[in-house]
Design a protein around this ligand. Sequence first.
Ligand SMILES: Nc1nc2c(ncn2[C@@H]2O[C@H](COP(=O)(O)OP(=O)(O)OP(=O)(O)O)[C@@H](O)[C@H]2O)c(=O)[nH]1
Length: 464
Amino acid sequence: MVLDDLGTSLRSSLDKLQGKTTLSESDVEEIVKEIQRSLLSADVDVSLVMELSDSIKSRALEEEPPGGTTARDHVLRIVYEEMVELVGDSTELPLENQTILLAGLQGSGKTTSAAKMAWWFSKKGLRPAVIQTDTFRPGAYDQAKQMCERAEVEFYGNPDNDDPVDIARTGLEETEDADVHIVDTAGRHALEDDLIDEIEEIEGVVDPDRSLLVLDAAIGQGAKEQARQFEASIGIEGVMITKLDGTAKGGGALTAVNETDSSIAFLGTGETVQDIERFEPSGFISRLLGMGDLKQLSERVERAMQETQDEDDDWDPEDMLKGEFTLKDMKRQMDAMNKMGPLDQVMDMIPGLGGGMMDELPDDAMDVTQDRMRRFERIMDSMTEEELENPRVVGQSRVERIARGSGTDEETVQQLLEQHSMMEETIGQFQGMGEGDMQRMMKKMGGGEGGGLGDMMGGGKGPF
Ligand SMILES: Nc1nc2c(ncn2[C@@H]2O[C@H](COP(=O)(O)OP(=O)(O)OP(=O)(O)O)[C@@H](O)[C@H]2O)c(=O)[nH]1
């Protein structure tokens, strides 16, 4: 994740302030140095870094912390506010009819991002269409078509036409029923004149409501020149930063935003169409600083629950609290969790569990957890309807059969059964709860002081 290093190093210098109520100049110097080091190594422009560190320094020393605030919280709040200011607001994207033009160099992720954005708009209830005008890269048409099929959105392209401007014009006519048109363009290795001429012509025909620059997070300071040129030719309203899952950089994109006086619209966090997030400055910085991002998390949970429900009309999650918790319910829960995306991304969004907590887990902890979930799924696929509805019928001989059928071992089958009965017991405690009890329970789960989700993950008592 972008500037990942910042969260870790900043937390360790902030931890040194534990117990202090006042800040010395050297405390502030040390924190500011950490921030500078992380931002510079993430390719953030030097002048931006200097501006940010000056503001943090003067505010931390001059502002009076509100009564009862520790020195640590005082600095953390200032760093948070200044970082939110640095990344700026997200690009305005009204949920209505519009045409979006995508620009960027070859391989920056435009085609992938076009399908991702279309998927995102479709989840917001709009009807998007992607128009592929890249006649330069041979595989672009097939790639775009496949991704749009996966995103279940309309697609227009024409592999037999080598005139991108004509494709754009025809594409808009052919998809006139769509609400949101996303026009993908060709990239080149560098900013050659013909790329600029071509995109200007396409822009003339498409007349977009907004043009977005797609930038690879690893781009570094090269982003500055690119941003400047695209801004001069078509005008850039927003930036999509891609491949944030694969780099600790991302600072170049911030420079581009600054250069074009624009803002960040979306973040790309993986190769599938669902790996897109609307950029939310406060949530983004909270996550970076290890404070969690509840908004993104609740959006993911809601989407996953909805999808699980769409596939299974008869299922209402509330039923679990009323009746029995079967293995089928457990499987649905696991499906919903899978739909939320890779576990480490999800964990990052939980306050008190992201950042620092994740750093303390062994590197492969998430792989182990995900691997276990996959094995549990295979086991459940090998069970009969009767066994899924009533796991108590599973005796030793059935355990042997299921282990063989699923290609796992008896121990893992037993673990699954134990896990299920533990969850059944926990859910049993919810039954008959009043609203007040429920709130107390939620509070306990969210509280970072122990006994919360963090303990469940680390202590091995939790579901997965
Ligand atoms: N890990 C990861 N890979 C990504 C992401 N976005 C795009 N990619 C990958 O980056 C590569 C290039 O993406 P494309 O969408 O083909 O890039 P493009 O800008 O359309 O390329 P041209 O058509 O050549 O200009 C592909 O392998 C994508 O799968 C992302 O957010 N994360």
